[in-house]
Every structure is written in structure tokens, then in C-alpha cells.
Design a protein around this ligand. Structure first.
Ligand code: GLN
Length: 486
């Protein structure tokens, strides 16, 4: 078995016991990146030199008998919308093509303190807007299971790199499904934590009331390890939760007897393909065999979540993206006699891709006087109803089980000209963001050699139950052992 086949937990253990050095681990993954990256294109930038010197530094600390932290020596990839001091952070946009942040995101600081080794910044749909990673200004990422297909998005680089064993762990961000849907397409474990559990400080904002950072891995245990490192209060994010942090690793007891899993029937309509629904229902049978009770629940307002999301997310984006004006940082395009307005207009026309411009226009319209009440306010009201639907569902159960995405990974280019079809890829994930709940995707089967994702949804701040159920299911099944041929 090669080093790149090991889990993050195994790697950290072997490094700790000096069976292998940080440098050997880092070089093994960098070699794997070099060998597979021409086909996968998961990265916007690979920071090999930084990773190697960091590995040397950690090895020196180990040699002095110092502790190097729970993630000591484990390579991690970061979605390229997470600010990294001194390392380009592009959001896969021409607007930030040469942007070098002067500070680290909170999660980057946390991982660094815990001993992680950063190997690079992963590709995404520009400003995290999309479901296929085809909206990147720097070229699409390919799905390691079938290179002619998309990895999902927007965190497609972060999931493809983990599926391809280029790194054992990565971070993504999820506003409407961007961790879970690509995790489903790439056969990974992807967790969107409760809104507020992980600080958004240094995450380049898309829709601030929905954005969350979360772990992507090849096992539930590894996801728990990564979550432990990044979760917790940070005063630099005003929405950061102050709740005491549980131990996510000891929560994985394997015992789910007596817990209740709810099946919201509304999540099995709306274009969910039959083989997907079948695989998810088989997974539910497995949970039952593990001692869980299965209950039917109903969420009548869930079907409006997608429509509301496409008012709220673009509205927040139109406000958040107003900062890219060519004045202080990022791209500036100007002609010699331009006034400020002309310079700003030229910069934004050249710097933003089609999808981003489209969303800024929709959001600006929805927020404008005369339309605000009809669109934005109405969407926020429906959002409250969606949250209440989840509240009443969780009176009857502990977790919900649904498909993550309505289909398996689709061919590159197939939905590029059909914005509605593209948006429907998130029909099962968006309601979870609207309610701020934790949700995760994990593999539950294959269709024609392509992974299918099971979505589990938990109560607010109850990542422990979510992870426990996911871990028990993963251990009872064989899906994790399957790897792309790449
Ligand atoms: N695909 C959805 C969108 O395009 C969600 C993206 C995300 O979660 N960042 O907005």
C-alpha cells in the first residue's frame, strides 16, 4: 500500500511514531499530484516548495521531541476562496488573478497550528457560483472517476483532489451545496457544518448568511478530525457560535441503536433519478439493520427552497461583490481618460465571468426599490417557513436521509447552456443551507461506475449525531474501499 492510499489518521499516526517522515509523506503526495494533475486539473496553484520546507520544519520539531499537533504532517488542500497570507487567492476569477492576501483565514490559522501541511489552492466555480467547476476562469476540473465528466461544484477541485488521492484532506465551502454535491459526484465524504460553527473570517464572501467552510475527506473519521481542528468560536466572525465544542472523534461510537432516521418524501421527487432514490433507500435499510428506527416526515415548503435561494444568494452576492471596483486591490482596467465610473465599469466587465455578472444583475434587481418586497422580503419569509419545516421534522427524528444530488456526475459541457438544469443539481442540498443546519454527503452506491451520494442532515449544532450515523453506515458497507482507476 502506498502512502497516498492512507487516511489522514493513519498518516498522522505513522508520522508520530516516526515510521515515516513528514517530508516523505509530502513528497509522496506531491509526486501523485504531478502524475495525475494533467488529467484532473484540481489545482489553481500547487505550493510544492512551501510544502517541502514546512515538512522539513515539522520533521525538525519532531526530532527535538516536540509535539506537532493532531494533523502533524498531513497534507491539506484549500479551496482557492480561502485567504492564505503570501499565497495567491484567486476565487478562480480574473478579478483576483494576482491577489495575494495579507492575512490567513481563521481555518488556515487553525490547521497550521494543528500541524497541517498546505500543498496548494484548489479550483472552483468563479466566486463559488456553480455546480460543475466549469465556471472557473482557469479551466474546468475533471472527475477522477471519469475524466469526461464534471466533479460537481463549486468545490470541485477540493473533492477531485481528495478522490484522486492527491491529498487525504481538503477544505471546501458550501453556500447551497458546494461541498456536498461535488463530494457526491466524486465519491468523497463532505460535511457542511452548522452555520456559525466554523468562522468565515478570511473566506471570500459569496452569500454571507449561507456560506460555511467544511471538511472533505475519504472517510468519516477523517472528516471528524478535520472538523475538530477548524470548528470553534472566533470573534472576527460576528455569526460565530459560542457553543462549547464537543469531541467529534469520540462521538464515533458505532452505536446508532434507537436513533431515528426521517425520510422526507419531498426530497425524492423533483427530478431525482430512480437509481439514486433506490441507492438511498437501500442505505436507509442498512441504517435500520444497524438498529435505527425509520420514520416518514413531510416538509411541504422544501420545494420552494431553490427558488428562494436564487433570490437570496444573488442579492447577498451583489452586495458582497460590490467591493471589486479596481480601486484598492484586484484587477483594474482603465483607458487613459477614464473617469472613476468608466474605470469601475471596465474593470467589472473584464474581471467577472458570465455567471457572476448574471447573478449580480439578478441580485441588484431583487434588492432594488419597488422589487425588494416582492422578491427579497418574500424569499426571507419563505426561508423562515423552511426552517420551521425542519424544526417539526426533527421533533420526530434525529437525522434525515435524502439523496445528495438528483443524478451522478454529468458529462462536461452537458449543462453549460442550460442554467436551470445546472441549478437543479442543488435541489436537495439548498434547503439545508436555508435552515443553517449541518449536512453531509457520503458514498452509498454506484451507477455505471459513478458514485452516488447519501445526504444526512442533522439538528443545529448536532454534528456529533450526524457523524456517528455516517460513520456507522460507512463501516457497515464497502463503498469506501472503491477507488477511481486513475
Ligand atoms: N451551485 C450553487 C450555486 O451555484 C451552490 C454554490 C455553493 O454552494 N457555493 O449557487
Amino acid at each position: 500500500m502506498s502512502l497516498t492510499d492512507l487516511s489522514a489518521i493513519q498518516l498522522a499516526k505513522q508520522i508520530q511514531s516516526k515510521e515515516v517522515s513528514c517530508r516523505e509523506v509530502t513528497d509522496a503526495f506531491l509526486n501523485r499530484i504531478e502524475a495525475t494533475e494533467p488529467q484532473v486539473h484540481a489545482f489553481v496553484s500547487v505550493t510544492a516548495d512551501l510544502a517541502q520546507s514546512r515538512a522539513n520544519e515539522l520533521d525538525a520539531r519532531l526530532a527535538r521531541g516536540e509535539s506537532i499537533g493532531p494533523l502533524g504532517g498531513v497534507p491539506v488542500a484549500l479551496k482557492d476562496n480561502l485567504c492564505t497570507q503570501g499565497v495567491k487567492t484567486t476565487c478562480s476569477s480574473k478579478m483576483l488573478e494576482n491577489f495575494v492576501p495579507p492575512y490567513d483565514a481563521h481555518v488556515v490559522e487553525r490547521l497550521y497550528e494543528d500541524g497541517a501541511i498546505f500543498v496548494g489552492k484548489t479550483n472552483l466555480d468563479e466566486f463559488a457560483m456553480g455546480s460543475s467547476t466549469e465556471n472557473s476562469a482557469f479551466g474546468a476540473t475533471h472527475n477522477p472517476w471519469d475524466l469526461s465528466r464534471v466533479p460537481g461544484g463549486s468545490s470541485g477541485g477540493s473533492t477531485a483532489t481528495v478522490a484522486a488521492r492527491q491529498v487525504p484532506l481538503s477544505l471546501g465551502s458550501d453556500t447551497g451545496g458546494s461541498i456536498r454535491q461535488p463530494a457526491s459526484f466524486c465519491g468523497c465524504v463532505g460535511l457542511k457544518p452548522t452555520y456559525g460553527l466554523v468562522s468565515r473570517y478570511g473566506l471570500i464572501a459569496f452569500a454571507s448568511s449561507l456560506d460555511q467552510i467544511g471538511p472533505i475527506s475519504n472517510s468519516v473519521e477523517d472528516a471528524a478530525l478535520l472538523l475538530q481542528s477548524i470548528a470553534g468560536h472566533d470573534r472576527r466572525d460576528s455569526t460565530s457560535s459560542k457553543a462549547a465544542l464537543p469531541n467529534y472523534q469520540t462521538a464515533l461510537t458505532g452505536d446508532v441503536r434507537g436513533l431515528k432516521v426521517g425520510i422526507p418524501r419531498e426530497f425524492f421527487g423533483q427530478g431525482v433519478e430512480a437509481p439514486i432514490a433506490d441507492a438511498v433507500m437501500k442505505a436507509v435499510d442498512e441504517l435500520k439493520a444497524l438498529g435505527m428506527e425509520v420514520v416518514e416526515v413531510s416538509m411541504p415548503t422544501a420545494e420552494y427552497a431553490l427558488a428562494c435561494y436564487y433570490i437570496i444568494a444573488p442579492s447577498e452576492a451583489s452586495s458582497n461583490l460590490a467591493r471589486y471596483d479596481g480601486v484598492k486591490y484586484g484587477l483594474r482596467v482603465a483607458q487613459p481618460n477614464d473617469d472613476v465610473i468608466q474605470m469601475v465599469a471596465r474593470t467589472r466587465a473584464a474581471g467577472f465571468g458570465h455567471e457572476v455578472q448574471h447573478r449580480i444583475m439578478i441580485g441588484t434587481h431583487a434588492l432594488s426599490s419597488g422589487f425588494y418586497d416582492a422578491y427579497y422580503l418574500k424569499a426571507q419569509q419563505v426561508r423562515t417557513l423552511i426552517r420551521r419545516d425542519f424544526d417539526s421534522a426533527f421533533e420526530k427524528c434525529d437525522v434525515l436521509a435524502t439523496p445528495t444530488a438528483p443524478s451522478v456526475a454529468f458529462p462536461l459541457g452537458e449543462k453549460s447552456d442550460d442554467p436551470m438544469a445546472m441549478k437543479l443539481a442543488d435541489v436537495c442540498t439548498i434547503p439545508v443551507n436555508m435552515a443553517g443546519l449541518p449536512g453531509m454527503s457520503l458514498p452509498c452506491g454506484f451507477q455505471n461506475g459513478l458514485p452516488i451520494g447519501l445526504q444526512l442532515i442533522g439538528r443545529l449544532l448536532d454534528e456529533t449525531t450526524l457523524l456517528r450515523v455516517a460513520d456507522a453506515y460507512e463501516k457497515a458497507t464497502e463503498w469506501k474501499s472503491q477507488r477511481p482507476a486513475l
